[in-house]
Design a protein around this ligand. Sequence first.
Ligand SMILES: N[C@@H](CCC(=O)N[C@@H](CS)C(=O)NCC(=O)O)C(=O)O
Length: 234
Amino acid sequence: MSNLSAFPITGKWPARHPERIQLYSLQTPNGVKVSIALEETGLAYEPHLVSFDHHDQMSPEFLSLNPNNKIPAIIDPNGPDGKPLPLFESGAILLYIADKSGQLLPKDAAGRYETIQWLMFQMGGIGPMFGQVGFFHKFAGREYEDKRPRDRYINESRRLLGVLEQRLEGRQWIMGDDYTIADIAIFPWVRNLVNYYGAGELVEFHKFGNVQRVLNAFLARPAVAKGLKIPAEG
Ligand SMILES: N[C@@H](CCC(=O)N[C@@H](CS)C(=O)NCC(=O)O)C(=O)O
């Protein structure tokens, strides 16, 4: 049996199945990337809810795993060389899951790097920009009289959707026939922008037919439907 007691986070979130990957997360677009990838690959894992209502991400136990106080984070008790591997940053975790499972990432070197390119496009562009739309349109920033910051992020998000739209022309997924971690990184954010942030009209989502098509195909996957609800809340 794996011993994870050296990780202080297990004091606050005890591992009932210490031989499984431990996932510390919440149902946000960054969080569900990891539960979706784990569901898709079939790797065994144990989810733990990190509640923002209780500021769990600021607890010393959580910070011992991710000093950047953000979900998602994991510990794989059976990491490289059979040793436990703690990891944060959803992009790094997706790459790790793909490598460990041998799924969701093309095997040829060029296809692998192209997938990583689109993963980074999400991590550096879509995530931060769509997230700012959330702040300025739905959360505290919507009270600001000056709409220039909101408009800046709306315009940039619309532009990024245009890049995706072009990429998806004639392709089933971001990497064509291959469903990859790039799709798993991108589409929870597109869903969030339109549904949860309610910014569909502002970004003129109706103009992005390819993005809509692939979002619908993504949401129709059983592993996606399941992963979106993990960790269970309430
Ligand atoms: N680049 C990070 C971003 C993670 C992130 O922003 N997580 C948000 C939820 S989607 C969070 O934990 N926020 C809590 C906080 O900032 O206190 C990743 O992709 O893992």
